[in-house]
Design a protein around this ligand. Structure first.
Ligand code: DAH
Length: 375
């Protein structure tokens, strides 16, 4: 970098147009050669800073006669403007090339094939949830969800399970805190509270399924502290047990992809349904699938269900003399085990890559009724 001429040095210079032109081309050359924001800043300070060369020249205007100033003024201002513009333009260039360098350095080649070892798979539970959503969507059911951290009112009281009811003890509940009854939070022990939330949030007719995680303090070969359930709820005028039976039959046929199925309704007890039934599916040990009356040779218990108890309907602010409905609940993990032939529940949640590879599904096996709900 050349030394900037001082005021006195400039005063001694021959003020021909050339002297400012030379200074200008010198500075513009330095600006063009600056290869980093720091180098550019050094050029700016040397020219336009407090004791910069251009600043020094501008200061000489004060000591000039009006005639000299009318000649030198425009020339020096032109110099200042040219340098200012060149500095700004070079700054933009340097910033753009810094950005391009960063983009080039951070570039990802998204055309690279995925390494086979990194290919994930869809967990059987997720696959079965997708299958359920597909089957029930075709019957006009929407998918509803609710919080996994519930309060005891939604999980128990509104479902006709009062404080003192033995069913509360049967559920092996994980409580979150010791708040007073009604506001006490817990990990939901079943998906049935989604029935309550749905009835309180929307007007009948209601047709929903609610798949999701539930929690109970229980652990052995067939129980894990977290597992999955799907809840079904239909609320309308004139809903009967026959509607329930047809819906479940249609669901079982579609889910297991069989043409015929036989169901057994066993009287049972759930606080939130009246009457309550447990539903067994006729199973053929030959095909290992549900079968019609002629071929089925054993019963498998698949779900709990019944007509929604009038007290539950009333707790949600609906008139039980106008609206009735049916509900059902079943374990999704159990459905997956039955359909895909797995006999131990625990590996479902072990995150063992070999198990996941063997039992998982391709992301492209999207269940559709037309293409087949199973993979
Ligand atoms: N909530 C019950 C459970 O966790 C399952 C169930 C049974 C749900 C009957 C229902 C029903 O909706 O009608 O064991």
């Amino acid at each position: 970098m050349t030394d900037a001429p001082s005021v006195s040095a400039f005063a001694k210079l021959d003020r021909t147009p050339m002297s400012t032109d030379t200074l200008q081309s010198d500075i513009l050359g330095q600006i063009a050669a600056a290869s980093s924001p720091e180098a550019l800043e050094a050029v700016r300070v040397a020219a336009m800073g407090k004791s910069g060369s251009v600043t020094a020249l501008l200061k000489t205007l004060g000591g000039m006669t009006p005639e000299q100033r009318s000649v030198e003024g425009p020339r020096l201002n032109g110099l200042r403007e040219a340098v200012t513009a060149a500095l700004a333009a070079r700054k933009v260039e340097l910033e753009a090339s810094a950005l391009n360098a960063r983009l080039a350095a951070e570039r990802q080649d998204i055309t690279l094939p995925v390494a086979p070892a990194l290919t994930g798979s869809i967990h059987p539970v997720s696959q079965v949830m997708d299958e359920l959503a597909e089957i029930f969507a075709d019957l006009g059911f929407a998918v509803a969800t609710g919080p996994e951290i519930e309060d005891d009112w939604h999980n128990f009281s509104a479902l006709n399970i009062p404080e003192t009811h033995p069913a509360r003890a049967m559920h092996d509940t994980f409580y979150m805190d010791q708040s007073p009854p009604g506001t006490r939070t817990l990990l939901r022990t079943h998906t049935s509270p989604v029935q309550i939330r749905t009835m309180m949030a929307q007007k009948p007719p209601i047709r929903i399924i609610a798949p999701g995680r539930v929690y109970r303090s229980d652990s052995d070969a067939t129980h894990t502290p977290m597992f999955h359930q799907v809840e079904g709820l239909v609320i309308d005028r004139n809903v009967t047990l026959a509607n329930l039976r047809w819906t479940l039959e249609t669901f079982i046929k579609a889910f297991f992809e069989v043409d015929d199925v036989t169901l057994r309704f066993r009287p049972s007890y759930f606080p939130f349904t009246e009457p309550s039934v447990e539903v067994d599916v006729g199973y053929s040990s030959q095909t290992n699938k549900p079968a019609g009356a002629g071929e089925a040779d054993k019963w498998l218990e698949v779900l709990g269900s019944g007509m929604v108890h009038p007290r539950v309907i009333a707790a949600c602010g609906l008139d039980p003399d106008v609206y009735q409905g049916f509900a059902f609940g079943c374990g999704i993990d159990r459905l997956a085990m039955l359909k895909y032939g797995m006999n131990d529940l625990r590996p479902f949640f072990d995150a063992d890559l070999r198990w996941l590879k063997h039992h998982g599904f391709s992301a492209f096996d999207v269940p559709t009724l037309s293409g087949g709900v199973s993979a």
